[in-house]
Design a protein around this ligand. Structure first.
Ligand SMILES: NC(=O)c1ccc[n+]([C@@H]2O[C@H](COP(=O)([O-])OP(=O)(O)OC[C@H]3O[C@@H](n4cnc5c(N)ncnc54)[C@H](OP(=O)(O)O)[C@@H]3O)[C@@H](O)[C@H]2O)c1
Length: 356
């Protein structure tokens, strides 16, 4: 038995990637693919790679029609569009909605409003949302109705910092994060600074302060028990655009008072993720790419995490690499949906990265 699904925003980068992944899924069946400016056009106008779907056309995102034909919807639009659409889909009885936008990620209404003032959301929908990072919230995902799929910077940074919870005697008080992303991170709609002539070859800071994923990481570290709820972590994140189409590298740095050694850090990373299908511990492997590197993960749902200790400076260095379109986006959303149904989390996600 298959479950008919809708991909809302299927003409976009994440929607297209999700559509590609769902083609190989054993239980989900692509039923309804929506767009806004591409409505009525063949799917291959936006995604020439999806040739097997050349007979399909983008439809309007009509909640009644979607609810009539689908049991599950993935919403890959901007946050304001998702905030308006998700409650309508839930009210019409969809079994599960997976929101890839930031509209339902932050549980605290005040915090949400501060960071996403343009995404006015329905409190009833927000109240049932479960943050979709399976490595932290796997059990809560089972049978939930709304999955708030994490952001790409937040996923990499949270996974990088989770091992601190296994470092005895180390309390995090202040962390600085420096993260680099490829151009697909900013979506498929052209901007003046995103055009090839200006975007290629860049190494430029685009959010030196106040990155929107900071509160998401804070919330996750509290959920995972890494930091206490009553003492918010001083976390600063700076984001850079680099010359890549896909890929994200997040490096988290923290000066610590206690002297530790690198073996402890490596052990903590290993202990945190042992048994996790999609997190690979990489702290000086042999071979061509011994350290976490998004380049080797392109097309794969894997996140690589490495932990290091700079003894001279008493500095922890935690690094995570992923493909923003997969573990940072569409792949993670599908992994969480698989977890929600109690299926193998790797259904539809078994490919390794393309390298070189
Ligand atoms: N890109 C990433 O790496 C990444 C990672 C994690 C999370 N996210 C989040 O995922 C969401 C989608 O990102 P993206 O990069 O895929 O964006 P995108 O390429 O810009 O795609 C946006 C999609 O929304 C559709 N859309 C626009 N206005 C709409 C409306 N009023 N009603 C219905 N649909 C509408 C667009 O349709 P048309 O193209 O036909 O106009 C397109 O299909 C965003 O919230 C983003 O923050 C992105």
């Amino acid at each position: 038995v298959t479950i008919p699904v809708a991909v809302i925003g299927a003409s976009g980068f994440l929607g297209g990637e999700l559509t590609r992944l769902l083609l190989g899924h054993p239980r989900f069946e692509l039923e309804y693919l929506t767009a806004e400016s591409f409505v009525g056009q063949p799917l291959t106008d936006a995604h020439p790679n999806l040739w097997s779907l050349r007979d399909r056309r983008f439809e309007v995102a009509d909640p009644d029609a979607i609810a009539g034909r689908c049991a599950v919807a993935f919403v890959a639009t901007s946050a304001p569009v998702a905030a308006a659409l998700v409650p309508q889909l839930l009210q019409r009885g969809l079994e599960c909605v997976i929101d890839l936008s930031p509209a339902h990620r932050l549980r605290d209404e005040v915090v949400h409003h501060k960071w996403y003032p343009d995404a006015e959301r329905d409190p009833a929908a927000a109240a049932v949302a479960v943050y979709g990072l399976p490595e932290v919230n796997r059990e809560m995902l089972r049978s939930c109705r709304l999955i708030a799929s994490p952001g790409c910077f937040a996923t990499a940074t949270s996974l990088a910092l989770l091992p601190v919870g296994k470092l005895d005697g180390v309390a995090l008080s202040a962390v600085t994060v420096d993260a680099k992303s490829g151009s697909t991170g900013s979506g498929s709609h052209p901007t003046a600074s995103g055009m090839h002539a200006r975007r290629t070859g860049v190494m430029s800071p685009y959010a030196p302060t106040t990155h929107r994923h900071v509160p998401e990481v804070r919330q996750t570290l509290v959920d995972a028990g890494v930091t206490p709820a009553d003492a918010p972590l001083r976390l600063g994140m700076s984001a850079y655009a680099v010359d890549a189409v896909r890929g994200l590298l997040s490096c988290a740095y923290a000066f610590v008072d206690d002297s530790i050694d690198e073996t402890q850090v490596r052990r903590a990373v290993y202990q945190t993720f042992k048994g996790e299908r999609f997190v690979r511990t990489v702290s000086a492997q042999r071979g061509i790419a011994p350290l976490p590197d998004p380049r080797v993960l392109v097309g794969s749902n894997t996140c690589q995490v490495g932990g290091f200790y700079d003894a001279d400076a008493q500095r922890l260095v935690l690094v995570a690499a992923l493909d923003n379109m997969l573990k940072g986006g569409a792949g993670q959303a599908l992994q969480a949906a698989n977890a929600r149904y109690g299926w193998d989390e790797a259904d539809g996600l078994s490919t390794e990265g393309m390298y070189p």
